[in-house]
Design a protein around this ligand. Structure first.
Ligand SMILES: *[C@@H]1O[C@H](CO)[C@@H](O)[C@H](O)[C@H]1NC(C)=O
Ligand SMILES: *[C@@H]1O[C@H](CO)[C@@H](O)[C@H](O)[C@H]1NC(C)=O
Ligand SMILES: *[C@@H]1O[C@H](CO)[C@@H](O)[C@H](O)[C@H]1NC(C)=O
Ligand SMILES: *[C@@H]1O[C@H](CO)[C@@H](O)[C@H](O)[C@H]1NC(C)=O
Ligand SMILES: *[C@@H]1O[C@H](CO)[C@@H](O)[C@H](O)[C@H]1NC(C)=O
Length: 519
């Protein structure tokens, strides 16, 4: 290929000049574009947010509705939805199910409920990804980006970048910032439903509880400089063959695990090999791939104890800010991949221990106990957790940044709700909410750990900075469709967790993409 080209160049200098000009255009224009694009991004996550954001609450900012701090026992003590750390749904029988393809017989007719069945759109892509045809990253080119012609937003700014920079990206995939972009329509989604996947948690099964709109299912995240392929379960499982992956965190971490179980269910259901019936620590084995998946419950990441009802400080969790939560830190040396995250629980009333002594508290109103600023505990807990990873883990560790909430018209305990049905566009003003400070802390602590981890052989530390993408998805939460509709009482709305299927599936698209660029 090169020879004829050079021959032409030698003969016709004008062609050479034109080529050079085009090359310069190709390199400079995208660079200029990204320079220009960033300042106009309305969603700059500010470093000094607290004073600008009118917090809807005086006291603690929303905690997950399903674990309401007892201090907030307002007029409705019994209305809090049942605890989130309830059992993970299990398949009808416990033996590993091989995915039975095309279950059109199970498709609920639209007459059954108010919801237009999302199943019309189920995996058209699925058909292509059967084992023999799956695109292998090794012997083929980078999986083709989704076809842009089907997208509605032809005039969106991002289409400019993709066309000019596609060649560049192919050479240089790693330079693409996966976390700056926009949601674009994706008519192929969703890739599973509550009838094809048993793993959807009750409170995130939005379609079951009558969510009437389905547009929120049909978007995919499009970084400015490249495309992220939709999660390919076959490719993922090949990649993790004979490996182990763990997720550490709270119910939003589990939300992602369940999304992963559902996305993978198109190929295989795992066998539950958890060592105890305790539902906080689950282990599954994808036996055809000898891949084990661990879900480890640790909402505070550090050692903590639950409120003791016999204690005067009964409504306080105790956090030991300088002690590992050994339930997970003792497990991670057997893992190859680790995804860690946390956040919402740190808004609760807690008492802090350091050096085995009370060092302060948060919303505790105890005599002689220093009330420490919000975020104090978060920073310390994160730091020691990352230290545990630096010490005990060899593999790819991913810190997933804070997952924002979207209560509007009031806080979580004031009747706030999330009723939007579409993502924000980047030309819209996106309310940042009060809790982006948590993401700032994560970034700071991540950078420090990254620096410290450079010396450690085998360890790779990555940030999955999905906060911004998720800020643009006020439409992705269960809202009032996280539970039975009960005319008699007003149950709280969940604007924290994410519907399944839903935008959180994107985290697994991104996870796979990050794993690929790491190998
Ligand atoms: C934002 O952009 C979309 C499409 O690019 C357009 O339809 C919409 O009117 C714009 N909104 C504002 C507030 O400018
Ligand atoms: C799945 O969602 C449909 C509505 O689309 C609902 O009627 C059904 O009860 C749900 N099934 C399960 C098992 O959650
Ligand atoms: C399964 O994977 C583990 C590592 O996670 C490895 O030690 C073991 O040998 C594998 N088993 C088989 C049968 O390949
Ligand atoms: C997972 O299943 C494979 C195949 O049956 C088996 O070889 C492996 O030991 C299992 N892994 C664990 C951790 O039980
Ligand atoms: C609080 O501190 C003051 C002064 O140090 C002391 O006199 C008082 O007994 C303490 N109260 C409690 C409940 O420990």
């Amino acid at each position: 290929m090169k020879l004829p080209l050079f021959a032409i160049l030698q003969r016709t200098p004008r062609v050479a000049l034109t080529l050079a000009f085009v090359l310069i255009l190709l390199t400079i224009v995208p660079a200029l574009y990204s320079l220009l694009a960033n300042p106009i991004l309305p969603l700059s996550i500010s470093l000094s947010d607290t004073d600008q954001t009118p917090s809807p609450v005086n006291g603690p900012i929303p905690a997950p509705p399903d674990h309401a701090p007892s201090r907030h026992r307002d007029s409705s003590p019994n209305r809090v939805p049942p605890p989130e750390n309830g059992p993970i749904p299990t398949p009808p029988n416990h033996t590993p199910l091989r995915h039975r393809k095309s279950s059109s017989g199970q498709v609920p007719s639209p007459k059954n409920g108010p919801i237009p069945a999302p199943l019309d759109h189920t995996p058209s892509r699925h058909r292509n990804s059967s084992s023999d045809q799956s695109p292998s990253p090794v012997n083929g080119p980078i999986p083709a980006p989704l076809n842009h012609t089907s997208l509605r937003d032809q005039n969106s700014s991002s289409s400019v970048t993709t066309s000019t920079s596609r060649t560049r990206i192919r050479d240089d995939e790693q330079r693409c910032d996966l976390f700056n972009g926009e949601w674009v329509p994706n008519e192929e989604a969703p890739y599973y439903t509550n009838t094809t996947c048993w793993a959807i948690h009750e409170h995130q099964n939005c379609m079951k509880y009558g969510r009437p709109d389905t547009e929120f299912l049909r978007w995919r995240w499009k970084p400015d400089g490249c495309d992220i392929p939709i999660f390919d379960p076959q490719e993922f499982l090949e990649m993790v063959r004979d490996k182990a992956m763990g997720f550490v965190g709270d119910s939003i971490s589990r939300n992602q695990v369940q999304s992963l179980l559902c996305l993978l269910s198109r190929v295989e259901y795992p066998e539950d090999i958890s060592s105890s019936p305790e539902t906080d620590f689950k282990v599954w084995n994808y036996t055809s791939y000898n891949f084990t998946l661990h879900a480890m419950w640790s909402p505070f990441l550090v050692k903590s104890t639950k409120p003791d009802p016999t204690d005067p400080k009964f409504n306080l969790f105790s956090l030991y800010l300088d002690e590992y939560d050994t339930k997970w830190t003792s497990q991670i040396n057997q893992l190859d991949y680790l995804v860690i995250s946390s956040g919402h629980w740190f808004y609760r009333p807690v008492i802090f221990y350091e050096n085995q002594q009370i060092s302060g508290c948060q919303y505790c109103a105890l005599p002689n106990t220093t009330e420490l600023p919000l975020y104090y505990g978060y920073k310390k807990a994160l730091r020691i957790s990352l230290q545990a990873i630096l010490e005990n883990f060899k593999g790819l560790a991913i810190l997933r940044s804070f997952s924002p909430q979207h209560f509007e018209g009031g806080a979580w305990n004031e009747g706030g709700d999330c009723v939007r049905t579409r993502p924000y566009r980047r030309n819209e003003t996106i309310p940042e909410g009060p809790d982006l400070k948590l993401r700032d802390i994560q970034l700071e602590e991540f950078r420090a750990a990254e620096e410290a981890g450079r010396k450690k052989k085998g360890l790779r530390l990555k940030l999955m900075d999905t906060t911004q993408a998720m800020l643009m998805r006020p439409d992705g939460h269960p809202g009032r469709y996280g539970h039975e509709q009960n005319a008699e009482e007003t149950l709280r709305n969940d604007c924290i967790h994410w519907c399944l299927p839903g935008p959180i599936d994107t985290w697994n698209d991104i996870l796979l993409e990050m794993m690929k660029t790491e190998t």
